[in-house]
Design a protein around this ligand. Structure first.
Ligand code: HEM
Length: 484
């Protein structure tokens, strides 16, 4: 399989059709590459086609057992999604984090301003956006500050984990070999996961000590507090068990559709925080930061588009320093640029499921146990749907009302169906706020500007599709903006 499987599969689909079968090792993959095939998988037959068969790397450090990404869509997975939505990512919760989000944007602008002022005028926007998102999530989860070293550690371990989880692994092609972990992929993943767990462990331990000693304000002020509250609610046993035991024995029971009680544990935070917190970090940081980087790279190569966008920002925002929630509706061109970036550079180009039952899709039988891939990238580059699909043309979204909330199968950058991106409401706000604010306050130039080389747009496939060559843009603050 090519280093860019989304492109290789799209080429195969051109020859063999929008629904085709590919065999890799002993595994059978059904690949859907058109909006109509995606609709049948993600909507019509979603209940049967939303299982997961994760790469073995996910099992490193036992992570897969608690991971919302790879758990089968059963009780535990539903609970994790519900917790994430109710306590962090729902529109009302996001409203409560308005101040944190404003701060995150201020931090992002400060980071870029420091680079612009220090004479070292090239900036990695990916890194700057990653740090801003990491600080935001950290504060929403733990109310504390993520220091520079921790942020760097997180950046490095998330990046490496992304590579490890996507490594071609003989264990995935020949499941009988899983136990041997012949390439050591699971062991490497365990070490990386362990590093990030350590960071979070410190927060969890500190909070638990505070609560035990009667410290803290007792209210549900952040995500960790909310989870600990739930843990206490469900703790009928009063038994203290160490974390490893709890991992193995935790059970979650749904008492009704809206409330849940966690039984047989008093450290449910371990289970949830290890699985959920870690996943939210992985899911949130590289997706948003790479999308911002792709957007800037495209804008630098399309000066007229950049100018139109900066003119719109100037007219709507004036001397205001950052894009806020209430501005987004007034910025149609910014919205079109974000959408076009998500279409052309879908950072999650392939989504993968397992058939839990045998179903018929477009007249073909998908046998139970097969792997099902939806090639989001192929759908977003389908010439029957998108004119000049390989060009960056935000104007297409001014003419065509296309939303990405999972109902329009021509445009599914956040997926659709049961596994639709949990962080969509947050990503939607932060992409507009980060990109809009960066373009409003600064002038940007490509480092190769003038040489005619442009920016190297080669892709690198990983858990997230990123730019293969690290990209540093030249930045200059616009004169009328003062210190952040
Ligand atoms: C540009 C930004 C983002 C994009 C393009 C994106 C895209 C996606 C896609 C395509 C999926 C997979 C859906 C599937 O398997 O069917 C997904 C899943 C997920 N995303 Fe995002 N995402 C983004 C940002 C975020 C953020 C900011 C968060 C959290 C704060 C987040 C949390 C999640 C989680 C937890 C899942 C797993 C859902 C499940 O399997 O049930 N994402 N995302």
């Amino acid at each position: 399989m090519s280093k860019l499987p989304h492109r290789a599969l799209a080429r195969l689909a051109d020859r063999h059709g929008a629904l085709m079968t590919v065999r890799l090792g002993t595994s059978l993959y059904v690949v859907a590459s058109s909006p109509s095939a995606a609709r049948e998988i993600l909507q019509t037959h979603n209940a049967s086609l939303s299982g997961r068969s994760p790469a073995d790397a996910w099992n490193g450090g036992g992570h897969g057992a608690n991971s919302v990404f790879v758990l089968q869509p059963g009780r535990m997975w539903r609970t994790l999604r519900r917790i994430g939505t109710a306590h962090m990512l729902s529109p009302p919760r996001l409203q409560e984090t308005l101040a944190l989000r404003r701060d995150a944007i201020r931090g992002l602008l400060r980071h870029v301003s420091q680079a612009a002022a220090s004479g070292d005028t090239t900036v990695s926007v990916r890194r700057a956006a990653f740090t801003a998102m990491a600080r935001l999530l950290w504060r929403a989860m733990f109310s504390g500050e993520l220091d520079e070293d921790a942020s760097r550690g997180l950046y490095d371990s998330v990046r490496e984990a992304m590579v490890v989880v996507m490594m071609p692994n003989v264990s995935d092609l020949f499941p009988v070999l899983v136990a041997a972990d012949l390439q050591g992929v699971r062991r490497r993943m365990a070490a990386l996961i362990g590093k990030a767990y350590q960071l979070m462990d410190r927060q969890i331990d500190r909070r638990m000590e505070e609560r035990e000693s009667g410290g803290g304000d007792g209210g549900s002020s952040d995500f960790l507090d909310a989870m600990l509250d739930m843990s206490e609610l469900g703790d009928h046993s009063g038994v203290t068990i160490n974390r490893d035991v709890i991992r193995a024995f935790c059970t979650v029971s749904m008492h009704d559709e809206t409330s849940m009680v966690i039984q047989e544990q008093n450290l449910i935070d371990t289970l949830l925080s290890y699985g959920q917190l870690q996943d939210l970090f992985i899911a949130a940081l590289d997706t948003t930061s790479n999308t911002i980087e792709w957007a800037l790279a495209e804008l630098l190569q399309n000066p007229q588009t950049m100018k139109t966008l900066q003119d719109e920002l100037r007219t709507v925002l004036g001397s205001k320093s950052q894009v806020e929630d209430s501005d987004i509706d007034k910025l149609p061109y910014l919205r079109a640029v974000v959408k076009e970036t998500l279409r052309l550079h879908s950072v999650v180009p392939l989504v993968s499921y397992r058939a839990e039952a045998t179903v018929q899709v477009q007249g073909y039988t998908i046998p139970q146990g097969s792997n099902v891939l939806v090639n989001v990238w192929a759908i977003h580059h389908n010439a029957d749907v998108w004119a000049e699909p390989h060009k960056f043309l935000p104007e297409r979204f001014l003419e065509k009302e296309a939303e990405f909330f999972g109902r329009n199968f021509e445009f599914i950058p956040f997926g659709s169906g049961r596994h639709i991106c949990l962080g969509l409401p947050l990503a939607n706000k932060m992409l507009h706020a980060m990109l809009g604010s960066l373009l409003h306050q600064y002038e940007w130039k490509s480092p190769q500007h003038g040489s005619g080389d442009g920016v190297d747009m080669t892709e690198k496939y990983g858990l997230v599709l990123s730019m293969a060559t690290p990209f540093h843009a030249i930045v200059k603050k616009k004169q009328h903006f003062g210190p952040v």
